[in-house]
Design a protein around this ligand. Sequence first.
Ligand SMILES: [Cu+2]
Length: 285
Amino acid sequence: MVLVLVGLWVGQNVQLLPVDASSNAPVYDSLFQVLFSIGTILFIGIVGLVVFSLVRFRRRPGDLADGVAIEGNLPLEIVWTAIPAIVVLFVGIYSYDIYERMGGMVSLNDHSAMHHSAAVMQASNSSGPASPGSDTASSEPRVWAGIGSSGNTEGTLPVEVTAMQFAFIFHYPDGDITSGELHVPINQPVELRMKANDVIHAFWVPQFRLKQDVIPGQPTVLSFTATRAGSYPIICAELCGPYHGGMRSTVVVHEEDAYNQWFEKNAPAKPTPATVANVSLNPTA
Ligand SMILES: [Cu+2]
């Protein structure tokens, strides 16, 4: 009983993970806490029993006799088979449940399933404000795997991600912005449509608790909703060549106003009717 309570306490108070900055993070962290509790109980229980036995049953001076011959113990064998089986089964089912709640089991070729999953996540997450002029109805690439709680697909900000040796390039189809850094608004679903130019890379943001492979010839998707303003590292998590360790970028989560300012500043200036008229009147210019 004491062992279980200590394990639960350690699991609830463990501070090993970085700050949580996406709506996925609390779901992931609850699984981590349960695994850490189980690990603590097993570690203290097993190491404690070994240390206790080493001390309690050590050879005394002058004792040269053999140990007691023990042969088989059916109840004990049933117990030490059943307990790990139950623990492993529980961890497996719980992990699957968490992965499914994060959208990991959704086949993105099946759009009805995708919208169903979005509706399920919507029930537990409050949706963010819609972005100005975002439209996900444009020709979507055939994708093989996706992960993340994208929330409502209507207000989703699409960003195209290209991974190459040794950089990530971000393109915003809505504003035709190309950037070496990912800028996103807080509390709005973002859908990263990812492709690789050369070898397999992986897009990982520890503070979002999300990672997705980026595979040549096989588009993948990663959806998330950022919940905490700040700058977080994007790390390539797949050994992709000699400078893999330097393949990093930054995701900047802005408050809504600051994001709109960034968007306005970086969107290429559209030719106004006046400048177009000037050009056509002045062919030599
Ligand atoms: Cu890489």
